[in-house]
Design a protein around this ligand. Structure first.
Ligand SMILES: *Cc1c(COP(=O)(O)O)cnc(C)c1O
Length: 414
């Protein structure tokens, strides 16, 4: 029969995605006339988006990039799909020095969200996928779309995935499972919990991956927020990771690029997967082919701006941004602890992960914070059933707003 059938895996996705549901509840609350007064005071600590403007060094470099595009002599059309050498080399020199990564193992893109989803293109069907719970929802939903799961239940838990529980007992750093997995998603510093993995914990994961011939997909979008010098910034700081890991990095959270778009994937040439005939194929080769076929490169002015993050001036300005957000995180942590709540994260990440007051579910606490304090937080259960009973407060805000949120927490629970 002639008809265009669809990818029916999409029908397995849960309709009520977290952030639309948050937006819906905020709208219902603020549209209620009786709430017009208090609703006008709403402070959003929900979505993990930066609030401060771009570093000046980045703005200057992007302007120069645009000016070059305006002249015949310096105009550029399509650039290299994998990114300009000046940016790939700057990344290696400033972020991976001494870790054995070369510039041609860096693939520039327009975002880590797309990269973490698109990477599934190069993996076969039937892989066992391990994800932490709670988790960044993109890892789950892209595996649902790719057909790597069965059906989901009402909690958004999908059959066929290996869930690695994070909880208060393990400080939200999942332990290696007893069973084998083929692809493992790790995100440290973590969104949503703000947890970081120590070197021994990452070593255990690399050992596990090598033993099980698995690949670690390591999302390091928040590495710039690490304050503790003993915490690794990259999975490639771990011996053996060059044989079993891919790392995702982004300029979104350190450079404030969420609206500019630039990120990168590191794929060492030594990481490989297995072909149907049993031969080993380097993932670098497959991703290179995929990237050149489906992507035409990030924009030149944007890559100029990204490289400026590594200039002396840029480093200074990025570090001031991080200090600002981490100062916010400290205030939020202290306020939540003073309110008698159990608090995780916020020390090496811009997210504070907080246990709800006794008897309240994540969404109960969301409603209470919205209606009684006019503060929008993110319900932990939206990140997986392991997040139930917790909520996330984002430190991406102005100092003024954060101080007001701390005050309201005190009035609400103090
Ligand atoms: C913000 C974020 C990213 C970055 O995504 P971009 O598409 O590069 O903006 C990646 N991973 C996690 C877990 C994030 O929270």
């Amino acid at each position: 029969m002639d008809m265009a059938s669809i990818n029916s895996n999409f029908l397995k996705l849960k309709a009520g995605y977290l952030f639309p549901e948050i937006a819906r509840r905020v709208k219902v609350y603020s549209d209620t006339e009786a709430n017009y007064g208090p609703a006008a005071r709403i402070i959003r600590c929900g979505i993990g988006d930066v609030t401060e403007p771009l570093p000046r060094a980045v703005v200057q470099a992007m302007r120069e990039g645009v000016d070059e595009m305006a002249e015949h002599k310096t105009f550029k059309g399509y650039g290299p799909e994998q990114g300009y050498d000046f940016l790939r080399q700057a990344i290696v020199d400033h972020q991976f020095l001494g870790l054995g990564i070369s510039a041609d193992e860096v693939f520039i893109s327009d975002g880590s969200k797309c990269d973490t989803g698109n990477i599934l293109d190069i993996f076969g069907k039937g892989n066992t996928i391990a994800i932490t719970d709670p988790v960044y929802p993109v890892y789950v939903d892209t595996n649902v779309m790719a057909g790597n799961t069965g059906d989901g239940d009402a909690n958004g838990t999908y059959s066929g995935l290996v869930y690695l529980p994070g909880n208060a007992a393990n400080h939200f750093v999942a332990e290696v499972p007893a069973t084998s997995a083929d692809l493992i998603y790790l995100c440290f510093p973590n969104n949503p919990t703000g947890a970081v993995a120590t070197r021994p914990q990452l070593e255990a994961w690399v050992r596990y991956a090598k033993k099980n011939d698995a690949i670690i997909l390591f999302d390091a979008a928040y590495e710039a927020f690490i304050q503790d010098a003993s915490i690794p910034h990259s999975i490639f700081e771990i011996e053996g990771a060059r044989d079993c890991a891919i790392e995702f990095r982004s300029f979104s959270k350190n450079g404030g690029f969420t609206g500019v778009r630039c990120a990168y994937v590191i794929i060492p040439k030594t990481v490989s997967g297995t072909a149907p005939d049993g031969s080993r194929v380097p993932l670098h080769q497959l991703w290179g082919r995929r990237h050149c076929t489906k992507f035409n490169g990030a924009s030149y002015p944007v890559q100029k701006g990204a490289a400026a993050v590594f200039s002396e001036e840029g480093k200074h300005q990025v570090s001031a941004l991080i200090d600002h957000y981490m100062g916010n995180a400290k205030l939020l942590r202290e306020a939540a602890m003073a309110a008698g709540l159990s608090v995780f994260g916020g020390e090496n990440a811009p997210y504070v992960w907080v246990g709800c007051p006794a008897g309240l579910s994540s969404w109960d606490m969301f409603d209470k914070m919205l209606e009684e304090a006019q503060v929008v937080i993110t319900p932990g259960s939206g990140f997986g059933s392991g997040g139930e009973g917790y909520f996330r407060i984002s430190a991406f805000n102005s100092r003024e707003n954060v101080e007001e949120v701390c005050h309201r927490l005190k009035v609400l629970l103090g």
